[in-house]
Design a binder for this molecule. Structure first.
Ligand SMILES: Cc1ncc(COP(=O)(O)O)c(C=O)c1O
Length: 373
């Protein structure tokens, strides 16, 4: 019995009528670039997060670039972020010729350790980018407090967390700019690359709207330097068809995660499930546990038709392209040790209880075997 990791095919079959119809409307109108679906989606995204502005764009990476450009990051600036993330978080800082300054992660949540942020601030620091890893927000109140006292901006990299809440509200309410990704396997995914920037700040919103279309204020009038950062109309159409189901999908993902955690606690004596703090919710972009002997466990699961993934096997400061940047920054021990044990299990809204039992019992068997062999 094979288990599907993200199960996009099942999701498509469920919403096929709406998705096909929405795509066909775009084909019939041939409004492929900045069609009316774009502004329709943007108002739905604002409403979903109760925020003033949503600007769709070409990817979660471009969303970060646009956010950094909007707050005015310049060459030589420093931006504090987590070394335990997808490369895009740091890469966008580097591409603007600024420097990512890494702060190690909290050993419980794997998000940036908010108690260590302040000591990383220098006279060149301009912003902090907490990453909502696996779908769980960081300590946004603590981070915002430090940011305000040092006059820094906060950009939340919410590529994995669209729809998560912190103290009952969307993360957009706790930062200057929030960015997300609609990569197909993200909790809310389109059928190609896509992303969005959300903010309550009208000035940033105006700049981002211009910058995603080459800094254009009117046709062929370029007020700012920008990028080719638009979302395709067809991708907006897919998202519009999926969005009405998203609240329900978040609940389903949460109940899959709860079932996983309950069964794992019964079957395995070590404390391996992820920890979601009381004052926030996760959308479980990933359900990530920690296991020793990861490669052997992965192989055992794969031989039973259970795919797994590793987010992430090598922290950013250890990547080859960051060697010169990170020479002076030293080591980040929690990130380094966590990267050796994290393992993401199949996670999607449509995992059946039978699948969950199969995954957890196969995992318990694999862990026991690797311990006693
Ligand atoms: C934390 C994080 N930031 C940024 C990105 C970049 O998003 P995209 O792949 O849409 O460019 C991702 C996507 O994997 C991510 O997980």
């Amino acid at each position: 019995m094979k288990v599907d990791f993200a199960n996009l095919q099942h999701q498509y079959q469920l919403y096929k009528t709406d998705i096909d119809e929405r795509i066909h409307q775009v084909l019939n109108k041939s409004n492929y670039i900045m069609g009316s679906e774009i502004s329709e989606l943007e108002s739905e995204l604002s409403e979903f997060t109760n925020s003033n502005h949503a600007i769709s764009c070409s990817s979660g990476t471009d969303a970060l670039t646009l956010a950094l450009m909007a707050i005015g990051i310049k060459p030589g600036d420093e931006v504090i972020t987590s070394p335990f993330s997808f490369i895009a978080t740091a890469e966008t800082i580097t591409l603007l010729q600024a420097t990512p300054i890494f702060v190690d992660i909290d050993p419980v949540t794997y998000n940036i350790d908010s108690s260590k942020v302040e000591e990383a601030i220098t006279e060149n620091t301009r912003a902090i980018i907490p990453v909502s890893l696996y779908g769980q927000p960081s300590d946004l109140d603590e981070i915002r407090k430090v940011a305000v006292s040092h006059d820094l901006k906060v950009i939340v990299d919410g590529a994995q967390s669209f729809g998560a809440t912190y103290k009952g509200k969307s993360e957009v309410q706790y930062c200057d700019v929030y960015t997300t990704s609609f990569f197909p396997s993200k909790p809310l995914g389109c059928y190609g690359d896509g992303g969005a920037v959300l903010t309550n700040n009208s000035e940033y919103a105006e700049r981002i709207r211009m910058m995603r279309v080459h800094g254009q204020s009117k046709r062929y009038q370029h007020k700012l330097t920008g990028i080719a950062g638009r979302l395709d109309t067809i991708q907006a159409a897919v998202l519009l068809a999926k969005l009405p189901h998203y609240e329900n999908e978040i609940e389903l993902r949460e109940s899959v995660a709860n079932s996983y955690s309950e069964l794992l606690s019964e079957l395995i004596s070590q404390d391996i499930p992820p920890c979601i703090l009381q004052d926030r919710t996760s959308v479980f972009a990933q359900y990530t546990i920690k296991v020793e002997n990861r490669n052997i466990v992965r192989d055992r699961l794969l031989s039973k038709g259970i795919p797994t993934a590793v987010h992430y096997p090598l922290p950013i400061h250890k990547q080859e392209c960051y060697q010169s940047v990170c020479e002076r920054q030293g080591s980040f021990e929690v990130s380094e040790s966590v990267s050796k044990v994290v393992l993401s299990l199949p996670m999607n809204a449509f995992l059946s209880q039978k699948d969950i039992v199969n995954v957890t019992s196969s995992l318990a068997e694999a862990i026991n075997d690797t311990q006693y062999n």
